[in-house]
Design a protein around this ligand. Structure first.
Ligand code: ADE
Length: 245
């Protein structure tokens, strides 16, 4: 299956290192799995400006600081740009997402659902829009955007880093991407707890020994110890996770 992801951005070059490095890079270059091949396609929003200065924004009606990205430019970038970037059937088949502080706050549960149901399924292709400046004209958003996501309660200068964070955390859940050995199920948050501490060689690091239980080879005891450690780590580092709501 081929899964296309279009990114609408003023800075496609920001995604270059993301695509070049590590497991996520390999996945989104389409080189990580034979059963799912991602294709990442970029639309530079500026290419769809109608004016000779290639501007994409203008001052807000009603006054106020900063500039707002124009609805007509964004619409062209979505309708024409996505088509011109390749491999597109119809707007009806696209799931359009805008990264913005107003969105639902991204977490591991959303990442898993997004990874399995959106990235990992061939029902709809995905368009992710990265805004800049003070945002995008509301008329474009209300007509063309299906979902809004935020990566936290702070304001970035643009949505690109948010999109990379969302894609990186979601692709780990797409079947066939991590493989058995690197299962996402063992990671922090999967059971509402932080991961247990990890150790490798050397056995003695500056006088600190690896906990003996990990060297004894009793699988069940190790699991019990790791679970205890997870509870203690969570209590120490993220006690907010232990408060039942
Ligand atoms: N764009 C600007 N700030 C953002 C945030 N916190 N999350 C997602 N997109 C953003």
């Amino acid at each position: 299956m081929i899964k296309r992801i279009w990114i609408l951005t003023l800075f496609p070059e920001m995604f270059k290192p993301f695509l070049e490095c590590g497991i996520a890079g390999q996945a989104f270059r389409g080189e990580r799995s034979d059963s799912i091949k991602f294709e990442m396609l970029f639309v530079n929003i500026r290419d769809y400006s109608q004016n000779k200065y290639k501007s994409v924004d203008d001052s807000p009606f009603g006054g106020g600081p900063g500039m707002v990205m124009r609805a007509d430019v964004l619409k062209e970038a979505l309708v024409k740009g996505v088509q011109e970037a390749g491999g597109y059937d119809s707007l009806d088949n696209l799931h359009v997402i805008y990264a913005a502080p107003r969105g639902k706050v991204w977490n591991n549960k959303i990442a898993r659902e997004f990874g399995i149901n959106i990235l990992g399924s061939n029902e709809q292709d995905v368009v992710l829009i990265a805004g800049r400046y003070e945002g995008i004209d509301e008329r474009f958003l209300s007509k063309y955007v299906d979902d809004f996501f935020s990566i936290g309660d702070y304001v970035l200068t643009g949505g690109e880093i948010a999109i990379m964070a969302m894609l990186d955390s979601a692709v780990r859940f797409v079947p066939g991407i991590l493989g058995n050995k690197l299962s996402a199920a063992d990671d922090s948050f999967e059971d509402g707890l932080i991961e247990s501490p990890q150790y490798t060689k050397p056995r003695d690091f500056e006088g600190m020994e690896v906990p003996q239980i990990l060297l004894d080879g009793h699988h069940k005891k190790i699991q019990e110890w790791q679970h205890q450690q997870k509870l203690m780590m969570t209590q120490k580092w993220r006690p907010d996770l232990l408060i039942f709501k």
